[in-house]
Design a binder for this molecule. Structure first.
Ligand SMILES: Nc1nc2c(c(=O)[nH]1)N[C@H]1C(S)=C(S)[C@@H](COP(=O)(O)OP(=O)(O)OC[C@H]3O[C@@H](n4cnc5c(=O)[nH]c(N)nc54)[C@H](O)[C@@H]3O)O[C@H]1N2
Ligand SMILES: Nc1nc2c(c(=O)[nH]1)N[C@H]1C(S)=C(S)[C@@H](COP(=O)(O)OP(=O)(O)OC[C@H]3O[C@@H](n4cnc5c(=O)[nH]c(N)nc54)[C@H](O)[C@@H]3O)O[C@H]1N2
Ligand code: SF4
Ligand SMILES: [Mo]
Length: 902
């Protein structure tokens, strides 16, 4: 690929479903810079902390660069031949249901389209499922039940136009930060706008909320059926809309009236007065958007939660209107694109239904396919169970890391290990899943590949390459098409470029559509390579009848914003009678705790890490915010279980156990603990949270209930705690608990050990033993303290601090020492002492990752008179770039003010 060094390339962020536009530039020295695209209608120039740090994640360190068979480097031909022949032989011997693909919402639409076409149309089974099953399946199922199609009705603009935003099970401040910022900016202009947050935890998103309802786990069905009953009782209904465009209202109201206010209060864990306030606010505010995410989807009642929310919007006619509607925000950059191509086991391409013979026939004719799958395939959890019991004998995993992210992850790992043939395509050489692959295929990564993604508001944007493919890495679609060709399906997989695949996808969306299917981008069916190269972000629908609009959408390139599209303000749903369905739902209790496992286990995300950390774990900036796997526990529970802040805790369930750092905080709901999903065996000794999660799923959507498990906690009795900074990553770490994180000039390491060691030998195993370098050590045998530092010339090669209690050394200070010159002996002694000497400040835990500003500096500025986030920004720069840390800065200011008032 030719790279034009002077040019900024317009592309799209590869992280969350907000789908922000990014401008990437490669300098003459190869250095990459990124900034937000001011013309992209998702972000208008903003980027969050993860997007801003993209340039730190694209080095080739740890990349998989060549195909491998059984760990041996090989050529593409051999690898592809082995895959094609093994899949063909397995199908011939055991039938098409004996093979499967497990794919990802991080594939580009073109990759996803080809994978789905091969499996459903040519291999002839629907055994292709995706990590979107763990993510969006309940929203898809809820949409299809209510609307007859998987349609997100609204647009981001609605978040700015609303008078009330209800955030349900969504930590928007950390997981969709640019949407959060758009809401914050809108509210600055219109202070009357209200925000309600419904989450068992008081997350950073509560910073924006006028009301936080700390709901009991899975209390949402009771809350929203209660709301529907309230709307009915108080006659806050749009009767004309209900009559003209819906069916099933009476049954839904009858079911919703099952609980009286006291029953709703009991089921939701909320007070009757707060419930009345929330219901009153919802009833009184016509322009309401209800945004929901994994607190809704990842539940055994996930689909019912979605429909309980949609019922309230249908009853009030608040759907498809500017500032009004239910809004399922998507997680992955291409969760929506995957749904469009039908990448789930129970869907067909272009929003058609696998159970519908007419749809199957249409897709079969369009593809000239030999064998379109006739029944839904296995959903993710069932798929890995089928791998475990031998029904699936050949598996291809693409762009996802199920050994870490699937529930009952140890069982999933065992299934993959036992499977006769496993292919993994990934960008990294070492992940917890890649390590078990028989064939490893190197994929091109973000910045190296071309294609499209669809964001939460149905906006399709281009990802564009600005870097050459490294080693022999190839785009995913090409690997799949090559295997298809070798299996004898060459004609249907002869695409020469992603542009050709996109054109085919667009043509299928319009094929015999006539307005009966929501997903229609027929206006792009004739797109050629030149058109694809300059394709501006556009929202669907964009049918061939809307060519004029397509011209208008090109306005983006010239800075004009295209009009937002919305569905359903005037009905026209995609059910046979074009009416929406109310779903009659009765709340059911979902308590899983027991005397052995007395706490609710809730799992989710942190601000600066992405999933299994294969990319964000490379960024020193992003790795400083939360540098360790942790368990959030309420002070009352911590006291009850004898756990102190910063202790190591063993969290266990019926499925497995992990070791995590205790983070005692009143923001956590009593009776529940929260564990982030990000840490893997690559970064910690034993912190894969999905090893704890039961494979319980929603009966309708098949989505795992990853947020309401049952767990026990126990203090891990360590004789020694340790902290180290290291210039090089150690080859192995012999400790019961360890956790590694990248920092600017190396690594930082946390340790805990059950038994003592020969400490000098232990230090040498971590820091190496360069005979030429200088070492300084301090050993207080009686007190149990040992400190060790090794220098290479005037540089610090590493420092290790061991203590009988959690080590109190300032992390941010120690990390900085790796960067500094230590010719001065006093400075060297200060390192062994673990204390900043004279002029070196301790910044404290890093809050602002863009400018590396720590909590101590912010607290100091507050003491010095800064009373607002703006004042902190003016003094320290913190919070003035991406803005992702502004809520945390405000929390520090409020905390200080509280202390001052006491
Ligand atoms: N920083 C960051 N951002 C991301 C990602 C990432 O890995 N890191 N991943 C992306 C992806 S793929 C996704 S799917 C999204 C997810 O985005 P979110 O859904 O916002 O993130 P989570 O942290 O999984 O869960 C959200 C909240 O649900 C709450 N919750 C738990 N149980 C319940 C319940 O019963 N009811 C209610 N109402 N709430 C409950 C949790 O306490 C948690 O705060 O984020 C995307 N953005
Ligand atoms: N307990 C618990 N578990 C969860 C969740 C939770 O909240 N709690 N959330 C669930 C949700 S919502 C999601 S979305 C999943 C996410 O879970 P995963 O999909 O397993 O997580 P990622 O780390 O994003 O994995 C993506 C993989 O693809 C690789 N990759 C990156 N780019 C490319 C590419 O272009 N091509 C190829 N072939 N590979 C690439 C990366 O290196 C990485 O190994 O986790 C789910 N699991
Ligand atoms: S909000 Fe952040 S992570 Fe999400 S797309 Fe935008 S820049 Fe990327
Ligand atoms: Mo997700």
């Amino acid at each position: 690929m030719e790279i034009d060094e002077a040019r900024e390339v317009r592309t799209t962020c590869p992280y969350c479903g907000v789908g922000c536009g990014v401008l990437a530039k490669v300098a003459a020295d190869g250095g990459v810079t990124v900034r937000g695209d001011p013309d992209h209608p998702a972000n208008f120039g903003r980027l969050c902390s993860k997007g801003s740090a993209l340039a730190e994640t694209i080095d080739l360190d740890g990349r998989l660069l060549y195909p491998e068979i059984h760990g041996r480097r090989t050529g593409w031909d051999e690898a592809l031949d082995v895959i094609a022949s093994t899949f063909s032989r397995t199908i011939a011997e055991h039938g098409p249901d004996a093979v499967a693909f497990y794919v990802s919402g991080q594939l580009l639409t073109e990759d996803y389209y080809v994978a789905n076409k091969l499996m459903k149309g040519f291999i002839g089974t629907a055994n292709i499922d995706t990590n979107s099953r763990l993510c969006m399946a309940s929203s898809v199922a809820g949409h299809r039940r209510a609307f007859g199609s998987d349609t997100v009705p609204g647009s981001y603009e609605d978040l700015e136009l609303a008078d009330l935003i209800v955030l349900v099970g969504s930590n928007l401040a950390w997981c969709h930060p640019v949407l959060y910022q758009r809401i914050a900016a809108a509210r600055e202009k219109r202070p009357d706008m209200k925000v309600v947050l419904i989450d068992p935890r008081r997350t950073m998103t509560s910073d924006l909320a006028d009301m936080h309802l700390a709901i009991a786990p899975d209390g949402d069905v009771a809350l929203f059926t209660g709301l529907l009953a309230y709307l009915g009782k108080n006659d806050v209904l749009d009767r004309a809309y209900i009559a003209a465009h819906t069916t099933g209202f009476d049954d839904a109201i009858a079911a919703a009236s099952a609980l009286d206010p006291a029953g709703i209060a009991a089921a939701t864990g909320l007070g009757e007065d707060e419930l009345a306030r929330f219901y009153g606010l919802f009833a009184a505010t016509a322009k309401t958007v209800t945004v929901y995410s994994q607190g809704v989807n990842q539940s055994s009642s996930g689909t019912n939660k979605v429909n309980a929310i949609i019922n309230c919007h249908l009853a009030t006619g608040r759907i498809g209107r500017p500032g009004g509607g239910p809004f399922s925000v998507t997680g992955q950059p291409n969760a929506m694109g995957g749904r469009e191509v039908g990448g789930m086991a129970n869907m067909l391409a272009a929003h058609m239904e696998i159970e519908n013979p007419g749809h199957r026939d249409r897709v079969q004719r369009f593809w000239s396919a030999p064998a379109v799958a006739e029944k839904p395939g296995l959903k993710a959890v069932e798929m890995f169970q089928a791998v475990a019991d031998g029904r699936i004998k050949a598996l291809w995993i693409m762009a996802t890391n199920p050994v870490d992210s699937m529930p009952d992850a140890d069982a999933v790992e065992a299934a993959i290990k036992a499977c006769p043939f496993v292919v993994v395509s990934d960008v990294m050489a070492k992940t917890d899943t890649v390590r078990h692959a028989h064939v490893r295929l190197p994929a091109t990564a973000w910045g190296e590949k071309d294609g499209t993604v669809t964001n939460s508001e149905r906006r399709i944007s281009r990802q564009r390459a600005f870097l050459p493919a490294p080693g022999e890495a190839r785009p995913d679609w090409r690997m799949i098409a090559e295997v298809a060709r070798r299996m004898g399906f060459g004609e249907a997989f002869s695409h020469a470029s992603p542009a050709e695949i996109f054109a085919e996808h667009a043509a299928l969306s319009a094929f015999e559509n006539d307005g009966v299917r929501d997903f229609d981008i027929g206006a792009y069916a004739g797109i050629d390579t030149a058109g694809y190269d300059v394709l501006a972000p556009f929202q669907w629908p964009a049918s061939s009848l809307m060519e004029g609009d397509v011209q208008a959408q090109k306005g983006i390139q010239t800075g004009r914003t295209p009009p937002a599209t919305r569905f359903f303000a005037n009905g026209n749903f995609y059910t046979p009678d074009r009416k929406a369905r109310f779903i009659a739902i009765r709340p059911t209790a979902q308590t899983r705790i027991s005397p052995d496992f007395p706490l609710v286990l809730n799992t989710g995300r942190v601000r600066d890490h992405w999933h299994t950390m294969t990319r964000t774990g490379k960024s020193p900036r992003l790795s400083q915010h939360m540098a360790e796997p942790f368990v959030e526990i309420h002070p009352a529970d911590a006291q009850h279980f004898g756990i102190g802040d910063a202790d190591i805790v063993r969290v266990s369930t019926a499925h497995g156990d992990v070791l995590l750092r205790a983070l005692v905080t009143a923001r956590q709901r009593p009776g529940s603990v929260f564990v982030p999903m990000h840490w893997t065996d690559q970064f910690s000794a034993r912190a894969r949270v999905d090893a704890l999660v039961a494979p319980i799923t929603d009966a309708i959507s098949g989505q795992p209930a990853s947020k309401n498990g049952a767990a026990g906690v126990e203090r891990f009795t360590a004789v020694a705690f340790g902290f180290a900074v290291l210039a090089e990553r150690p080859a192995s770490i012999d400790a019961d608990y360890w956790s590694l994180a990248r920092c600017a000039a190396g690594w930082r390491l946390e340790l805990a050990l059950k038994a003592g060691r020969d400490w000098p030998a232990f230090a040498a195993s971590l820091l190496g033993a360069d005979a030429l370098g200088e070492t300084l050590a301090y050993h207080d045998v009686a007190g149990g303290h040992y400190r060790f530092a090794r220098f290479a010339g005037s540089h610090l090669a590493g420092a290790l601090y061991l203590a009988p209690k959690p080590v109190a050394v300032s992390r941010s200070w120690a990390v900085e020492q790796l960067n500094m010159d230590h010719a001065d002996r006093r400075g060297r002694l200060a390192i062994v002492a673990g204390r900043p000497s004279g002029n070196r400040v301790d910044r404290g835990a890093i809050v602002c990752s863009c400018f590396g500003v720590g909590a101590n500096q912010i607290a100091e500025a507050v003491r010095g008179g800064c009373t607002s986030v703006e004042a902190i920004g003016a003094t320290l720069h913190a919070g003035t770039n991406c803005g992702s840390c502004r809520a945390e800065i405000r929390t520090i200011i409020d905390g200080r003010n509280l202390q001052a008032a006491e």
